[in-house]
Design a protein around this ligand. Structure first.
Ligand code: HEM
Length: 224
């Protein structure tokens, strides 16, 4: 059932929770998040001499060079699992265009002026598609510069270009994840969806009313 009424202590008031993520989706998300952080740290360690000290986290320079690309492979596999579960819910619709045009009210928290939303808002969808695209570009450019296995397949110029694209994409991907984490914390009550798999009815009513209405009718989608 999508909506549960939790009975806490006999005297305590009842609180309504709405189920948002399955255990599988949450484990998938946190593996992706941990892998991303490890990738960012090991990548930064290799990026600039002033950050070389970060190789200490991975057992030294040589090991960091070995581990970093494999973490990339793990991220692609793990993120693909999330992609399969969430791509449909992240498709753009007219409510997203309206929501974006009222971004001032979003920032002010004046949510009664905003359209009712399905499971995700336009900002979340932007992060989702941005991250999907960047992970793909990071992976492809990463393969080109993975000299141990693919060195010699491309010209030196192509190799250099791929290294540049890889670094620029990594910069924007890290920036986007900072936005993602900040937004998750800024909108109070969101983090519990990825830790406990549920949100309060009030949170759902305030931020994703269309989704709540569908859940109340018993609708279920991938990842829930
Ligand atoms: C590192 C700390 C992270 C935190 C604290 C965090 C937090 C969250 C939270 C609270 C949600 C639920 C949002 C909601 O249901 O409305 C969420 C969803 C999600 N997160 Fe994260 N996240 C982190 C890292 C990442 C990373 C590294 C990625 C991908 C590279 C990622 C991709 C996603 C995706 C795809 C969703 C589903 C929402 C959607 O499809 O738009 N997260 N995250």
């Amino acid at each position: 059932m999508a909506i549960d009424i939790e009975h806490r202590a006999p005297a305590a008031r009842e609180r309504t929770y709405v189920h948002r993520y399955s255990a599988f989706a949450r484990v998938n998300h946190w593996i992706t998040a941990l892998t991303f952080v490890a990738l960012a740290l090991s990548g930064l360690a290799l990026f600039h001499p002033s950050l070389f000290f970060l190789t200490g986290l991975f057992g030294g320079g040589a090991l960091t060079r070995v581990i970093h690309p494999w973490l990339g492979v793990l991220l692609v596999i793990s993120f693909f699992g999330m992609f399969l579960q969430f791509w449909r819910a992240n498709l753009w619709n007219q409510d997203d265009t309206k929501w974006i045009s009222k971004i001032g009210d979003v920032v002010k928290g004046d949510e009664e002026k905003l359209p009712e939303l399905e499971k995700y808002n336009a900002g979340q969808k932007g992060v989702f598609w941005g991250q999907s695209l960047m992970i793909l570009v990071l992976f492809c450019s990463g393969l080109i510069i993975w000299d141990q296995y693919f060195g010699g397949y491309v010209s030196i110029d192509t190799n250099r270009l791929a290294a540049l694209v890889h670094a620029v994409m990594a910069f924007f991907a890290i920036l986007l994840i900072v936005v993602h984490v900040y937004a998750g914390i800024w909108v109070r009550g969101t983090v519990s969806s990825m830790t406990q798999g549920r949100v309060t009815g009030g949170w759902a009513w305030r931020h994703h009313r269309k989704w709540l209405r569908r859940e109340a009718r018993g609708g279920k989608e991938a990842g829930e």
